[in-house]
Design a protein around this ligand. Sequence first.
Ligand code: HEC
Length: 258
Amino acid sequence: MSSDQQPVDPTKPDLEDSTNVAKAHEEVNRTAAAASREQQLRENGLEPVSIWLMVAGFVVAIIGGSVLLSSDNFFGYSDFTKEGYVRAEFESGKKTIPMALAGAAYMKKGAALYKNCAACHGVDGGGMAPAFPPLGGSEWVTGSGAVPALAIIHGVTGPIEVSGKPYNGVMPAMADGWSDYDVAALIYYVQNSFGNSVREIYSPEQITEIRTLSKSYGKKQMTADELKKYLDKKFEAPALTTDTMLNLKTGEVVDASE
Ligand code: HEC
């Protein structure tokens, strides 16, 4: 039979060679399969997302997130807390009210308020000659507390002698808007600083008496002659006792037995 077959011509494609054709088919099939796998991969949602889609996603997340956070309807603090809610250990009160003995409370408060006076009367209360009289050793300070109180509520004007030296200037009203606690603390402070020692711990009722006196002078500054009338002023209401506790913030008396 082999004699019937033409000899293989190396210059022509070997179409008869079945093994070569099979190989070629196999090659074609493999390529097609790979292509089809690739095609599947691109359509099953696992392919990398377009960068613009990602950017759009971030924008939505950021805007949406900030809207949610800033809105009280979603994450409102009020949803989780009751109005007027006080933590349990605060309810008993005692521990948490910042308080001190009246004298100490007045000294602390008074020292802070004295900053309003220091520019003229000096940090040490020594005054500044020749215009500003001293508060340390001044007979106007060491008498009744009504005098320094009236001095700061109304201001002082005209000739005045302080510790044997004459002054003639003007002090503006200093206590506009001050509470009774402020006034009481300030006069206690100046009466017990700079070498002064008076020790009367003014009660709110005593400050009320001073405010009543003050009314008849309207908005005017007071003169030495007017102030002089109150150097021996005795109060009708009693002073606070040394063991009185005050709320440091409000100056209210704290009943320690509660
Ligand atoms: C702007 C300057 C100034 C300020 C601030 C000032 N004073 Fe005076 N004060 C004077 C002058 C000036 C006199 C004297 C007024 C006169 O000559 O009539 C005086 C007088 C007084 C007197 C009577 C005289 C004496 O020296 O004892 C008292 C008390 C007093 N001041 C307390 C105070 C207190 C307390 C404050 C702070 C709340 C204060 N002053 C803030 C300027 C000031």
